[in-house]
Design a binder for this molecule. Structure first.
Ligand code: GLA
Length: 391
């Protein structure tokens, strides 16, 4: 339990003030800062081995902690967040992402639907794995029926990245690099990718992406954590209250490929402009939510994309991004066949993903924001997950 001190009293008063003005001033349950945790003096970063791949190469695990008790464990296989501990309103830490205790679970395709990984070279689907760029038709690997998903048979989630710890004022991190060779999964160009995960003392998990290519290529990188703010394995996420800062979404066909339409959310189950439980209207969405939402604001400018509040624990997660879209996926394909951390069985809707990104299948929809990176240009993208607690 948290001891009552001057800081707690100030927080309580601030909390009351927020409660008083909340109905008039904010969209969704805004949180308050997480208090400093006793016994944790400063930010820290640890590096240790985390098993070996079948070819013998060693996987490394980085443990990042901040002074408020947040802890992120990240491995360089798939640039994967394997756990994320965040205090609740009572100061109890809980791991809020789905995943596995050991490397073995991540290496089994049936047990790992992109848990916590970096997805690339192209997040989400490309119809028939085909696109035309500068008059040349490219055929990518197809790995979901006749279509291409999340980079193909061996996407960035299934490769070993080089890794090193990094540190700056108020933040500890891990820098990951991968060179995706020309022709990999059918993509043109040698693509050098750098991703830095930062854990800050402002209670943020920041993901900064950069990429450069020696030939024109589509690029659409994202992060694929499955969140459950009540704690991983603690039931479904249908009671989480979600706000999405999006007036439009991109409807899909039966293979989950965008039709090209950009449709207003108003008056539909896709309207999350005011917070509502994820489960409120999910029954009216065939298969559950698995859609790209078009974010308000400028591409390339950091803006609020989403706010999620879990009422029983008081955990709040806000997502800010420079990307034009966010894929909201309500864990529809989880079906109890995966046993994850601590022996927890992941049933349908036990986690949700908010994948900040460009729109799926953009290379085949010229009116969607372009995903083409050309030699001499630099791809940059930033997404911030900010954690707080509601009283
Ligand atoms: C993404 C997709 C979903 C599904 C999951 C992984 O979120 O949008 O359709 O493929 O990844 O299972």
């Amino acid at each position: 339990m948290m001891k009552m001190g001057p800081l707690t009293i100030v927080l309580a008063i601030t909390g009351m003030a927020i409660l008083l003005v909340a109905p008039f001033s904010c969209k969704g349950k805004k949180g308050e800062p997480i208090p400093t945790m006793e016994g944790i003096a400063k930010m820290d970063i640890q590096r240790q081995p985390f098993g070996n791949l079948p070819d013998g190469s060693q996987v490394e695990l980085f443990t990042l902690t901040n002074s408020h008790g947040l802890k992120a464990r990240i491995m360089n296989y798939g640039a994967t967040v394997i756990s994320l501990d965040v205090p609740d309103r009572n100061g109890q830490r809980g791991d809020i992402v789905l995943g596995h205790d050991s490397l073995e679970g991540y290496l089994s395709p049936a047990q790992n639907p992109y848990f916590g990984s970096i997805v690339g070279r192209y997040g989400n689907r490309i119809a028939r794995g085909r696109f035309i760029l500068d008059g040349v038709e490219y055929q990518l690997a197809t790995n979901i029926g006749p279509n291409h998903l999340h980079g193909g048979l061996k996407g960035f989630d299934k490769v070993l990245w080089t890794s090193e710890p990094v540190q700056e004022e108020g933040a500890v991190g891990v820098k990951l690099r991968y060179l995706s060779p020309d022709g990999e999964e059918g993509y043109p160009g040698n693509l050098t990718v750098t991703v830095i995960y930062w854990l800050t003392d402002e209670d943020e998990l920041k993901i900064a992406y950069e990429a450069e290519s020696d030939k024109p290529t589509p690029v659409n990188l994202t992060h694929h954590s499955y969140f459950n703010l009540a704690g991983q394995g603690q039931g479904d996420v249908l009671g989480h209250e979600l706000m999405l800062n999006a007036d439009y979404f991109t409807p899909v066909d039966e293979e989950l490929i965008p039709t090209g339409e950009i449709r207003p959310v108003a008056g539909t189950p896709w309207d999350f402009t005011k917070p509502k439980p994820i489960g409120a209207e999910i029954a009216a969405v065939p298969g559950g939510y698995d859609h790209n939402f078009v974010l308000r604001g400028e591409t390339g400018t950091l803006k609020l994309a989403a706010r999620v509040h879990e009422p029983s624990t008081g955990r709040v997660m806000e997502i800010y991004t420079t990307e034009p879209g966010v894929q909201f996926y309500s864990g529809n394909f989880l079906d109890g066949t995966i046993t994850g951390k601590g022996g927890k069985v992941y049933q349908k809707h036990f986690g949700f993903c908010l994948e900040t990104q460009h729109f799926p299948d953009s290379p085949n929809h010229p009116h969607f924001p372009s995903t083409i990176l050309r030699p001499g240009q630099k791809y940059t993208s930033l997404t911030i997950h900010k954690f707080s607690i509601s009283s």
